[in-house]
Ligand binder design. Sequence first.
Ligand code: GLU
Length: 326
Amino acid sequence: MDVSTNKENHAAPVGRFAPSPTGRMHLGNIFTAVLSWLSIRSRGGKWILRIEDLDPQRSKYEYARQLEDDLQWLGLTWDEGGIDDIGPHGPYRQSLRGDIYNQYLTRLKSTGLTYPCFCTRADIMATQAPHQSDGRVIYKGTCRPEEFPSCEPLQEPARRHATRLFVPNEEIEFNDGVFGKQHSNLATDCGDFILQRADGAWAYQLAVVVDDGLMGVTEVVRGSDLLLSTAQQLYLYNLLEFKVPAYVHLPLICNTEMRRLSKRDQSLSMEALRLCYSPDEIIGHIAALANLIPSYSPCSLKELIKLFSWDKIPKTMSIVHGDISQ
Ligand code: GLU
């Protein structure tokens, strides 16, 4: 399946920033937000803020509030979304969108491509090859009925179960805005994947496609840690008949130990950054990391709109020190 992304779409672009409110944002999160915002603002489009709070244990309302405050402090204004549900596609908090995901799950079930799964995480780990070097877990189809997919949707069992989606053994190709041509075979690279967990929680893959599809998103910008998810999402786009967005994955920003930034890198969290730097200093640093300016100097988002181009963004990761203006 060659999925041509939306180059042919001439309508005003729609971008989105979709953070998970599980802690204070760090420089890596802001890097994504700034580049997505610049891409959309440089073409006069619409920018949406969607709060991805599907994980009830880790997501907190206070973090979502703080996240909005940090974006506003930097000048990253949004046209739709956020906690206060501005715009026609609300709610914009995924935890409030369960009914919508249910409708699309029902639609997927009616294709006959889903099946109930009773495996626990321990069961799945036990069937893994000894070294799946990148830590990815590939489902071996333990619960998939024989002769699947069949023409008839399966009966829902009364026993608690997750719902999995069957994936075909074929290549999915797409063109990433930074990393270029990508291809993946879902059957060998990921296996049948979960749409809804046994405890009722919605899978990120289903929620993100339904939301981006319904919100009319034409450009998805995010960290390259999600590059491998894209093929799963394109498969869902196809099944749900949504218009496919353009994808741009960004190189991850790493700390001096070469590990990608996490909420533990406190010197680069928005809390520490706001204490030490002005918005223009932070934006200037991001602009230098993104090769939008030749070397660090403070600059405003407004100045960068004119300088923005995806062609300038480096493919390799950036390493940052505690003092970002060095
Ligand atoms: N919620 C995800 C995160 O915060 C981003 C998902 C996406 O952009 O598709 O990492």
